[in-house]
Design a protein around this ligand. Structure first.
Ligand code: URA
Length: 209
């Protein structure tokens, strides 16, 4: 069974409150999502292996540490996942960014991939899949399956808010994928929105309705 990490850091929780607030406008919403994604990335990368190197300081030679050659990739699920990318890139500027877009087939109700562009060495990278809202979990689970079909072997899922249903779906389908969230909310409503949630993350990020 995969693990679920809920980040209770005061800065993350404080910023999440303003992200939820319906009075928060597009510009501030976007900035806050970016900031929270950056803070979450700090924790999500906690297990990166280090190696020792020598570095000459102005005083002497120090034995110090650098990240041991791990290649990272960020894969936002279009479109709301895009809002988390720049925050992660602030901490991991060398990460490559893939994109995946899905829609739900109105007849079969199954997720269909309409866009996917990934780093060519995806199988060698540790991937962080981003989607602010883990609602039914259907899109995230399908996106992860499509990534695995293309060779991805190491995947973490990073969301702002999850529903219990969404977590269950992803855990059932992908027991190797750990899930990182800032909050787990009560439930989904009849329209598939997370309650209390924050509304439509894509619309709030991009100022659409
Ligand atoms: N997608 C959103 O943007 N918000 C929700 O509450 C659920 C899915």
């Amino acid at each position: 069974m995969s693990k679920v990490y809920v980040f209770d850091h005061p800065l993350i929780q404080h910023k999440l409150t303003y992200i939820r607030d319906e009075k928060t406008g597009t510009k501030e919403f976007r900035e806050l999502v970016e900031e929270v994604a950056m803070l979450m990335a700090y924790e999500v990368t906690r297990d990166l292996p280090l190696e020792e190197v020598s570095v000459k300081t102005p005083v002497a030679t120090a034995t110090s540490k650098v990240i041991a050659g791990k290649k990272l990739g960020i894969v936002p699920i279009l479109r709301a996942g895009l809002g988390m990318v720049d925050g992660i890139l602030k901490l991991i500027p060398a990460a490559k960014v893939g994109h995946i877009g899905l829609y739900r087939d109105p007849e079969t109700l199954k997720p269909v991939e309409y866009y996917c562009k990934l780093p060519s060495d995806v199988e060698e990278r540790d991937l962080i899949v981003t989607d602010p809202m883990l609602a039914t979990g259907g899109s995230a689970a399908a996106a992860i399956s499509f990534l695995k079909e293309r060779g991805a072997r190491s995947i973490k899922l990073m969301c702002l808010i999850a529903s219990p249903e969404g977590i269950e779906t992803v855990q059932k389908e992908h027991e190797d994928v750990d899930i990182y969230v800032a909050a787990i909310d009560e439930r989904l409503n009849d329209h598939g929105y997370i309650v209390p949630g924050l509304g439509d993350a894509g619309d709030r990020l991009f100022g659409t309705k």
